[in-house]
Structures are given as C-alpha cells and as structure tokens.
Design a protein around this ligand. Sequence first.
Ligand code: FES
Ligand SMILES: [Fe+2]
Length: 270
Amino acid sequence: MIRYQFESSSSNSRLTHVGTYKRTLPVSLDRMYENALDWEHLPFVHSSSFKAISALEFGSWGWLADVTDSKDRTMRLELRLDRSARRWITRNLSGDAKDAEIWTHAFVVDQRQLDLVIDFFVPLEDVDNKDKVGMAYAKSYERLYDEDVQMMSERQFQLDVRLERREPTKELELNIPKLLPFKVLFSGREYLINKEGQDWYVYPSRCPHLLGPLEGSEISDGIVTCPWHGYKFDLRNRDQILDSSNIKACSLGILPKIREFEGKLRLSWS
Ligand code: FES
Ligand SMILES: [Fe+2]
C-alpha cells in the first residue's frame, strides 16, 4: 500500500476547474474500463460528436489518437487509465481545447453500479466564462454517457446470456418470415435470418468483436457492418473485411446453412 508519494504534474499549463459532472451508471467497473479503453467506438456510437479516429498507440494503459469531431476540427487526445486510483484522465494534446484535461473517477456502489465524478480542467482566458464552459462540457458528457450506457448495458446483457446453457439444435424448419431480419435461436445461439436480392443469409445476431447488435444493420453487397466500431463481415465467404490496420481480427465462425425449400426455410449444419 502507498503511504506517501509525490509525482509531479505531467503538464505545465495553467488550468481552471470549470466544473464537475456527477452521474450514477448501472454498469460494472469492468464494463466501464472496457469502455474507456475502447477508442474505436467514438465515431460510431458517438457519431453526432465524432467523425473519425486514428489511434497512434493503444494498450491496457490507455490510448493516444488523432480525432476529428463532427465540426471537422482535429485534435490529438490521450487517455490514461489508472486502475489503482479507479480514474482515467483524458488530455487534449492539440486542437482548439489544447491542454484541457478531463479527470474521471469511478466509485463502486454495487457490482453493477458506479458513481462517476468527472472534473473538467480547461485553459481559460476569461474566468467569468467558467460556468458557461463547464456547463457545455457537462452537457456534452451527458450525451456521450447516454450513448455509452446503452452500449455497456447491452454488452453486459449479452455476456450474461452467453453463460446460460442451451440445447444444441441440429436442424430447424420455419415459415418464411415476413419481417427481416428475423431472430432465431439455433444451437444455443441467436442468429439473424436476412435476405439480399435472392440470397438468404444466416449470421449471429451479435458481432464477434464485442457483441454489438447486428440486427439494425442492412446487408449491402453481402456485407454487414456493426454499429459499435464499424467492423465489416462478408456473409458470402464469412470473412471479416480488414480495411484498417488497427482493427482486431475476429470471425463470424462456422455458420449454419440456410435453404429455401417448398415455401419454408431450413437451417442445418450440413
Ligand atoms: S462490437 Fe465492435 S465492431 Fe461489433
Ligand atoms: Fe463512449
């Protein structure tokens, strides 16, 4: 246990504490850390705030990335996670808000409940503007966390469901669904049945990356795109499309076969 230790500040800027945003979230600390380290979701889950991100470095310590926001402003952001203090610090290393720092502390209330305290430190010329700037930060964090909490809760739910045991199914016959995509439970896993042109497809309802929901994504040229980080999967050959060197390789795995036969659909493994 640390009794006393001093570490000098990593920044020399003069910052004004413009405000604090507090929020309770119904998620575990694991999901929260996962979310903080997940730089890839910014332009997808937060598409109204960010247009693009390109990571320069990332790891269990955090990430360093060039980010373009929705107004085409670019900035270099760094996020450093300090698990021992249950906090992460985001710094603007370049851009309009250069030197601004956001300090987020997580307090565990329950296994699935956190209190977050988020402090905004901004280089400010006119301190009379403090509240206005602070409230603008709080508002934008409110929106970001509204979007994140959906993603984190959904992922937790899917992880919980995965722990349930289900009986394997060898073959399944069903009427042709009127509404597509159509969810079906097959061999203990939830799949989507979908069609593009004359071609039927069956694929997992959850993305193999971090279990993002695929049911809202249309198939285009046989390709389905996950809304959480934009990973693309070619359903014709089951391959992931690695269109950026930063994305992690993952696979849809072995998919059941789907056939249309006498007005019905049949799923099977052979
Ligand atoms: S969950 Fe990350 S791309 Fe689907
Ligand atoms: Fe987020």
